[in-house]
Design a protein around this ligand. Structure first.
Ligand code: PLP
Length: 410
């Protein structure tokens, strides 16, 4: 199968998600037949006469064949027109914000955004003249009220959010953003392109920390942007190459600022992407079992998982997502007991990050979300977050049961 067979003439993919994740952008190497794209660990390329570039390759900040393969695959699985791979999720975000915003602009951000995203808006772009308003995205009327027509140039959506797993309606919020000529960016890190397709729901650009589920093995840091077909810069803005296409501006900024993914990182990320579908099926099944187990446990005061009917976003998530994801958060009633549970697991590893094959446990208040203490994004101090891995689920349940018993004495 070649990549061209994956899309019909009207540009809608005809192959299923898992097929495209394995084949899109990944035709066997034309010169050797290598079945997977090789690691082009190279900085520069021989020119056939001045300006005679082979395949457009000139210098690896501008383009590198391993990165090209990853970018094409990511664009395909997100149903986008162009993909861009970066050294980290935050590097991807930084490039998007530089390309789309100018001093004096205003952005709407989730009031429980990923801590690093919030820090980027508040402490990097704030001093450069970008004002932000944190909003509860589960309430579209609050989003509407926060939008300042003429000034708001970007609405940032994360769904489900980290670590409170709130679910936002991408279609409804995209209509609000479109109404004022603002961009809608969706951080799809938690859901992954397998479980949720924001561009099909009206988003202009999808953001990923590929460090998480896309990479999937806790062995590489990376980020990506995927742009919807025809996506434009915010109304009134012309990009550095003289067009209003968001993809043109991102291509310019990716090269001009240069926070690109290196060849080996791109190769590892692409290796992860090929198994995303099967991994996510198992993450989702295990997370559902873990959530139901915790829900019935008397050392747990509440469980937050979109797959539980008690979750306020359950019905919306069922409509908007193919499955409810691999992240589960729960509360234990006190900070001391939450810390004790985090210290007592054996199969769940105490660590930040998420989305790898191995299960992780963490205390957001003291770990991932320490940087937002005292802001609108502060999280409850008895909250525990799980990244449920793809181990045998019974081993996970036994481990949590033992840790909860240890936490009870704290
Ligand atoms: C980790 C993460 C990021 C940042 O990505 P890095 O690869 O760590 O720079 C952004 N958004 C979400 C939801 C994340 O989990």
């Amino acid at each position: 199968m070649t990549t061209e067979h994956l899309a019909a003439d009207d540009d809608r993919p005809t192959a299923g998600f898992a097929t495209r994740a394995i084949h899109a952008g990944q035709d066997p190497d034309p010169s050797t037949g290598a079945v997977v794209p090789p690691i082009y660990q190279v900085s520069t390329y021989k020119q056939d006469g001045v300006g005679g570039l082979r395949g457009g390759y000139e210098y690896s900040r501008s383009a590198n064949p391993t990165r090209t393969a990853l970018e094409a695959a990511l664009a395909d699985v997100e149903l986008g027109a162009a993909g861009f791979a970066f050294a980290s999720g935050l590097a991807a975000e930084d490039t998007l914000l530089r390309a789309a915003l100018r001093p004096g602009d205003h952005v709407v951000v989730p009031d429980d955004a990923y801590g690093g995203t919030y820090r980027l808006f508040a402490r990097v772009f704030g001093p450069w003249g970008i004002e932000h308003t944190p909003v509860d995205l589960t309430d579209p009327s609050a989003v509407e009220a926060a939008i300042q027509p003429g000034r708001t140039k970007l609405v940032w959506v994360e769904t489900p959010t980290n670590p409170l797993l709130n679910v936002a309606d991408i279609g409804v919020i995209s209509a609000l953003a479109r109404g004022v000529g603002a961009l809608l960016a969706v951080d799809n890190t938690f859901a992954t392109p397998y479980l949720q397709q924001p561009l099909a729901l009206g988003a202009d650009v999808v953001v990923h920390s590929t460090t998480k589920y896309v990479g999937g093995h806790s062995d590489v840091v990376g980020g990506a942007l995927v742009v919807a077909d025809g996506a434009q810069l915010p109304v009134g803005l012309e990009g550095p190459t003289g067009t209003t296409h968001l993809a043109d501006a991102l291509r310019f900024h990716q090269n001009a600022s240069g926070a690109v993914a290196g060849p080996f990182d791109a190769w590892l990320t692409l290796r992860g992407l090929r198994t995303l579908a099967v991994r996510m099926d198992r993450h989702v099944a295990n997370a559902q079992r873990v959530a139901e187990f915790l829900d019935a446990h008397d050392a747990v005061t509440s469980v937050i998982y979109p797959g539980l009917p008690s979750h306020p976003g359950h019905e919306l998530a069922a409509r908007q997502m193919r499955g409810f994801g691999g992240m589960v958060s729960f509360r234990t009633g006190s900070e001391a007991s939450a810390l004790a549970v985090c210290a007592a697991t054996h199969v769940f590893t105490l660590a930040e990050s998420l989305g790898g094959v191995e299960s992780l446990i963490e205390h957001p208040g003291r770990m991932t979300h320490g940087s937002v203490a005292g802001t609108a994004l502060e999280v409850p101090d008895d909250l525990v977050r799980l990244s449920v891995g793809i181990e045998d689920v019974d081993d996970l349940l036994v481990d949590l049961d033992r840790a909860l018993a240890a936490g009870r004495g704290a």
